[in-house]
Design a protein around this ligand. Structure first.
Ligand code: F6R
Length: 609
C-alpha cells in the first residue's frame, strides 16, 4: 500500500536522496506511482511519475530538485487510475501532502469545495484534505490549526504528511488508521510509513497512535491528540537493521524467502518449543488455557488459510471449539463473543486494516486477544494482549511464503499447548508431535531439493487458463492457499476446493485443458481423496499429484504428473506440502515473465479496507 517518507533537516544537505532511498525501502509494499516534493528557495517543487521508482529517478536526473525539507510517496491506487496526475504529492502554491488510506466522506467534502470554486487537478480523495488545509491557511490559521481543523471534518482511515512553503523547518504528520513512525536524527527529524522506510536514517523511532498529530522541526517533535493536547509517545529502538534487504544472489525475493524456510522455521520453533526436552515453554498467559470455552481465529488471505489449517489441530488435538472468519466479514458481523472465549489474530505485517478493526471489536467486547505476528512493534502487536512473534524476518515478496509456514509452526505449538493444558493429549502423543516438529526443518530442506522437478511441471501450466487445487482435512486450506499463490503471481485463474465438494458443482469445470493439483499426503483421508482424483482422471482431467512414496505407489495413470514428497506425520504435512505449492506458483510466474515480487495490483501491507 502507499508509502510515506518525510525529512526535515537543518543541514545544508539535500534531502532528496534520503527520501528516494526511503521510497526504495518501501517498494516491497506494492505501488504504482511515486513522487517527491521539497521546499526550495521559498517555493514548493514537485516531481512525480506513474510506474516504478526508476521513472521518478530518471525524471529527477533530468530535472533535479534540492532542499532540506521534503516529503515523498509511493502510491497504490484507490481513487483514480495510476497516472502522473493522480500520483502524490498533491500540492497548491503553499502546501503539499502525501497520504495513505481512504477519505470516506471525500465526495461530500469535494462537492462543498467545488461549490466554493476550488479546482481539482486529480481524481484522488487526497486532494480534498489538501484544499481544506489550504483554505484554512488562507484564512490565517497556523499550519497546525489548519490541519487540526481539517481532520475534524475528515472521515476514514489515513496517514498523512504535509509540507508548508512558508515554514521551511516544518512537517506535520497525522494518523488515524494506517501506521506512521517518527524518526530521530541529528538535527534532523523523519516521518515514515514504517521503521523500514527510515532504516537508512535512524534506529530511534516513535510510533504514532490513532488520532495523533505530530509537528516536526529539525530539532524535535511535538505530538498532540485531536483535542490539541500535548501527548508523550515512547521512543523505541527499531528492530529493523540499517542495511537494505537484498536478494543474496537469488533471482527474486520470493525465491530467497522460500529457501529461508528451514532456517526461519528452526528459529521460530526454538522460541516456543524446547527440542532437547521435547517440552513446550510458552510464556505465562494472562488466562488459563484449560478454561477457554471457544477460540475465535480471524485473519486475511494467506494468514487466514494458516488459521484454517490450525482449526483442524485445535479441534482434533485440543478439542476446543473454533470459530474462524476473514477479518473483513468478522468486523461487521457483530458476532457475540462468549465469556471465557479468546480470540487469535494472525498477520504477517500486523498492519492489515481489517484485522486491526476485528481486534478492536473483540477488545470492545471484553475478550482477550492473542496475535501471531511477524512484525514486532506493529499496530496489531501493540493492540493484542499477548504476541507470539514468528521469526520469519522481513518478508519482501508480496506473495507470502515464509510468514505462512512460520505462522503454521506457532499455531501447531499453540494447539499442543492447549491440548496439554486441557489434558486432551497423552504424554506419548505429545512427545511424538514434538519430535515431528523438530524434524520439520530437515524435511523442508529435502523438499526444496525437488525444485527442478517442480519447475518442469510449471512449464506445463504456461498455456492453461484455469487450474484447480483440491485437498481434504488440513490439505483443503492448503489447496486454497496454493490457488491463491498461483493466481496472485502468475495471473492464471486458480481455485481451491475441498476434494469431497468437487462433485457438488466444480467437477463441471474438468476437461483436458484444466489441470488439478491434488494435495494428498498418505494420511487417514488419503483413500477418500484417491476416489476424487479417479473421478477427475475419468473425465480426462490432468492431475499434478503432491504425495509421498506410498501415496504415489497407488496410482499408475500416465496422466499424472508427480511431485514425490518426503513422508511426513499429519501435524507437519501442511508445512511440508506448502513448499511445492509455492515453488509451482513461483516457476509458473517466472516462465510467464510476470513481476514476481511485486505482482500487479497487489500490496504487501493492506492498510485500507
Ligand atoms: C498472499 C498474501 C496476503 C496476506 C494478507 C494478510 O500471498 O500475502 O493474502 O496474507 O493480505 O496480510 P497480513 O498477514 O500482513 O495481515
Amino acid at each position: 500500500m502507499c508509502g510515506i517518507v518525510g525529512i526535515v533537516s537543518s543541514q545544508k544537505n539535500n534531502v532528496v536522496s534520503g527520501l528516494i532511498e526511503g521510497l526504495r525501502r518501501l517498494e516491497y509494499r506494492g505501488y504504482d506511482s511515486s513522487g517527491v516534493a521539497i521546499i526550495s528557495e521559498n517555493k514548493l517543487l514537485r516531481r512525480r511519475k506513474a510506474g516504478k521508482l526508476v521513472n521518478l529517478e530518471a525524471d529527477l536526473k533530468e530535472s533535479p530538485v534540492s532542499g532540506n525539507t521534503g516529503i515523498a510517496h509511493t502510491r497504490w491506487a484507490t481513487h483514480g487510475i495510476p497516472n502522473d496526475q493522480n500520483a502524490h504529492p498533491h500540492m497548491t502554491d503553499q502546501v503539499a501532502i502525501v497520504h495513505n488510506g481512504i477519505i470516506e466522506n471525500y465526495h461530500l467534502l469535494k462537492d462543498q469545495l467545488l461549490e466554493k470554486g476550488v479546482q481539482f487537478t486529480s481524481e484522488t480523495d487526497t486532494e480534498v484534505v489538501l484544499h481544506l488545509v489550504n483554505q484554512h491557511l488562507e484564512q490565517g490559521l497556523s499550519p497546525f490549526e489548519s490541519v487540526k481543523k481539517t481532520l475534524s471534518v475528515v472521515r476514514g482511515a489515513f496517514a498523512i504528511a504535509m509540507l508548508f512553503r512558508d515554514y521551511p523547518n516544518l512537517l506535520i504528520a497525522a494518523r488515524s488508521g494506517p501506521p506512521l513512525a517518527i524518526g530521530y536524527g541529528k538535527e534532523e527529524m523523519y516521518i515514515g510509513s514504517d521503521a523500514v522506510a527510515l532504516s537508512h536514517l535512524t534506529q530511534q523511532v516513535t510510533f504514532l497512535e490513532d488520532g495523533d498529530i505530530a509537528v516536526l522541526e529539525n530539532s524535535g517533535v511535538k505530538i498532540y491528540n485531536l483535542e490539541g493536547k500535548r501527548v508523550e509517545r515512547k521512543i523505541q529502538q527499531s528492530k529493523v537493521g540499517t542495511s537494505s534487504i537484498d536478494k543474496e544472489g537469488f533471482e527474486h525475493f520470493m525465491l530467497k524467502e522460500i529457501h529461508e524456510q528451514p532456517d526461519v522455521i528452526r528459529r521460530t520453533l526454538s522460541e516456543y518449543f524446547n527440542i532437547t526436552h521435547t517440552g513446550l515453554h510458552f510464556r505465562p498467559l494472562p488466562f488459563a488455557l484449560e478454561n477457554v470455552s471457544r477460540l475465535t481465529i480471524v485473519a486475511c488471505g494467506t494468514a487466514f488459510y494458516a488459521g484454517m489449517v490450525a482449526k483442524y489441530w485445535f479441534e482434533n488435538i485440543a478439542r476446543i471449539p473454533v470459530e474462524l472468519d476473514i477479518a473483513s466479514e468478522f468486523r461487521y458481523r457483530q458476532p457475540p463473543m462468549p465469556k471465557d472465549g479468546i480470540s487469535l489474530f494472525i498477520s504477517q505485517s500486523g498492519e492489515t486494516a481489517d484485522t486491526l478493526a476485528a481486534q478492536a471489536y473483540v477488545k470492545s467486547q471484553g475478550q482477550p486477544s492473542l496475535g501471531i505476528i511477524n512484525v514486532a512493534n506493529s499496530s496489531l502487536a501493540r493492540a493484542v494482549d499477548v504476541t507470539f512473534l514468528t521469526q520469519a524476518g522481513p518478508e519482501i515478496g508480496v506473495a507470502s511464503t515464509k510468514a505462512f509456514t512460520t505462522q503454521l509452526c506457532v499455531l501447531a505449538v499453540l494447539a499442543l499447548a492447549f491440548a496439554q493444558a486441557r489434558k486432551t493429549i497423552s504424554q506419548e502423543d505429545l512427545t511424538q508431535y514434538c519430535k515431528d516438529l523438530a524434524q520439520l526443518p530437515l524435511l523442508i530442506e529435502q523438499t526444496l531439493l525437488l525444485k527442478k522437478d517442480i519447475a518442469e511441471i510449471a512449464r506445463s501450466l504456461l498455456e492453461v487458463n484455469n487450474v484447480l487445487y483440491i485437498g481434504r482435512g488440513p490439505s483443503y486450506p492448503l489447496a486454497l492457499e496454493g490457488a491463491l499463490k498461483l493466481k496472485e503471481i502468475s495471473y492464471i485463474h486458480a481455485e481451491g476446493f475441498a476434494a469431497g465438494e468437487l462433485k457438488h458443482g466444480p467437477i463441471a469445470l474438468i476437461e483436458e485443458s484444466v489441470p488439478t493439483v491434488a494435495i494428498a499426503p498418505y494420511d487417514s483421508l488419503f483413500e477418500k481423496t484417491v476416489s476424487n482424483i479417479q473421478e477427475i482422471l475419468s473425465r480426462r482431467g490432468p492431475i499434478v499429484l503432491l504425495s509421498d512414496e506410498k501415496g504415489h505407489s497407488l496410482f499408475t495413470s500416465q496422466a499424472i504428473k508427480r511431485i514425490i514428497l518426503p513422508t511426513t506425520s499429519s501435524l507437519i504435512a501442511p508445512m511440508v506440502y506448502a513448499i511445492p505449492t509455492q515453488l509451482l506458483a513461483y516457476y509458473t510466474a517466472v516462465y510467464k515473465g510476470t513481476d514476481v515480487d511485486q505482482p500487479r495490483n497487489l500490496a504487501k501491507s493492506v492498510t485500507v479496507e
